[in-house]
Design a protein around this ligand. Structure first.
Ligand code: FRU
Length: 462
């Protein structure tokens, strides 16, 4: 098809909608499409937004620039599912049509209020002096139609001492009131979570910044979120400007979970434990919500920052979301797992003499115990493979992408590791879905998400 160039801040209009449809048709048959992960019809997908189980269906919105596989005018794309397995694309999306959102509909979440789903987002508004922060509301009614609130923006102030880049509303309920987190940072460059309160979801008042037990995280916090997990509060932060600390925080931006208790009155988050949420290469901006049974679950963005991935220019689409992940707390650690039905979609590769050739380009590899001193799992042929090495003596597990033919994002390193007590029993579950890999270590005590584009999927374990 003949590709067209669009100005960075172009919204979908009646004039170009046909082009977007044709582009999506062209992208449908790309060799890199995963079977189970959500990916954009065309263009670039980033953060999951507005996640909710509402009116008998799961709604997954996402940051979407339709015209090219790059960051541009962000829309909210939309998928719907009854079971978290079968997804359909929905035409009810957010298009930045209004003056107050002239540079895009940025991230936010959703909460049911009355019979409606309130979708909060940041109306991105750039000026030569910088961003002017504006938070906005769109309401989905039970017939599935979405309308923007006529009094938008609902918040457009910059509290004292804070930088202009305030964004990513996350609304939740506590003690009969609504609260909103916003991500931001101080003018001195320290990441902050802003807390707002409302009795009706429309009128909001600033309560202060949340003290995170005196801890500091980067120069800017994006996409803050909170869910209750096994009686504790779990806070998710997506952080810009965290310095690498050994195995941790080696990507352009990093994601942290904190277990503890949120006191909305003071506002303070009392931290009991925290860690990097996903220790792979390609993960950011997760959003947590509750499933149909009221259990906490999240999706993450299967990507991070401004990455250049192999094939994206010819594919004309890039990135996706992680599989949905259940979370629980065991021994003070957050444990992640795929919902059973989602895991059951993958065929398990059977190893014979340590080797297997998966029949499909999506498979699960289950290693109940890495028994040798050093176990090496190679996916692909020599010279075009990725490797997972478990060194029980040194207590180190490493994912290595340096042996792929298509090497990418090398500026952030080609290896990611996690450390464990030497001799500890290590069990692995690799879910590989046509270039989208999620490695669960010891039933989800640690997870590493990464893309890899080996030509062959021959598995060798030694
Ligand atoms: C995180 C983020 C958000 C913002 C959105 C824009 O990846 O930078 O802070 O709302 O992406 O697409």
């Amino acid at each position: 098809m003949e590709l067209k160039q669009f100005e960075k801040y172009t919204p979908v209009t009646t004039e170009n909608a046909e082009y977007v449809r044709a582009l999506a048709e062209y992208c449908k048959y790309s060799a890199r499409r995963p079977r189970f992960h959500l990916t954009p019809p065309c263009g670039l997908m980033n953060d999951p937004n507005g996640l909710n189980y509402y009116n008998g269906a799961y709604h997954v919105f996402y940051q979407w620039f339709p015209f090219e596989p790059s960051h541009g005018m962000k829309h909210w794309g939309h998928f719907v599912s009854r079971d978290l397995i079968n997804w359909e694309s929905s035409a009810e999306i957010l298009i930045p049509t209004e003056e107050y959102e002239k540079n895009g509909c940025y991230s936010g979440n959703g909460i049911q209020i009355g019979n409606e789903l309130f979708l909060y987002y940041t109306a991105n508004y750039n000026t030569p002096e910088g961003k002017v922060p504006k938070q906005a509301l769109a309401i989905m009614s039970s017939d599935g139609k979405i309308n923007k609130y006529e009094k938008n923006p609902i918040i457009d102030e910059i509290p004292e001492g804070l930088d202009r880049a305030i964004r990513d509303p996350y609304v939740f309920k506590r003690n009969g009131s609504f609260y909103m987190f916003l991500g931001g940072g101080t003018t001195a460059g320290q990441g902050r979570i802003l807390l707002y309160k409302s009795s009706d979801g429309y009128d909001w008042s600033f309560q202060g910044c949340v003290n995170i037990s005196g801890l500091e995280f980067g120069y800017m916090i994006e996409c803050p979120g909170i869910v209750s997990v096994d009686g504790k509060d779990v806070l998710f932060l997506s952080v810009m400007g965290l310095k690498p600390e050994g195995d941790r925080y080696n990507n352009e931006f990093s994601t942290i979970y904190l277990i503890g208790h949120l006191d909305v009155d003071n506002p303070e988050f009392h931290v009991e434990a925290y860690d990097e949420l996903d220790k792979g290469f390609d993960f950011y901006a997760p959003q947590a919500f509750y499933d149909e049974d009221g259990l906490p679950i999240f999706f993450g963005w299967f990507g991070c920052g401004c990455q250049t991935l192999p094939y994206m220019k010819e594919d004309m689409w890039v990135h996706g979301l992680t599989m949905p992940r259940r979370i629980s707390i065991v021994n003070g650690k957050l444990i992640q797992s795929l919902p059973e039905k989602a895991a059951a979609q993958y065929d398990t590769a059977k190893l014979t003499d340590g080797q297997a050739i998966p029949l499909k380009n999506s498979f699960r590899l289950h290693i109940p115990e890495c028994e040798d001193k050093i176990t090496v799992i190679q996916i692909g042929e020599d010279g075009d493979c990725f490797k997972i090495t478990v060194d029980r003596e040194r207590g180190k597990l490493t994912v290595d992408r340096s042996c792929l033919k298509e090497r990418f994002c090398r500026e952030y390193g080609e290896k990611r590791s996690i450390s464990f007590e030497s001799e500890k029993k290590i069990c692995l579950d690799l879910y590989y879905d046509n270039t989208f890999a999620e490695l669960f270590i010891n039933e989800g005590e640690d997870v590493m998400s990464f893309r890899a584009f080996p030509e062959s999927l021959a598995i060798k374990m030694r």
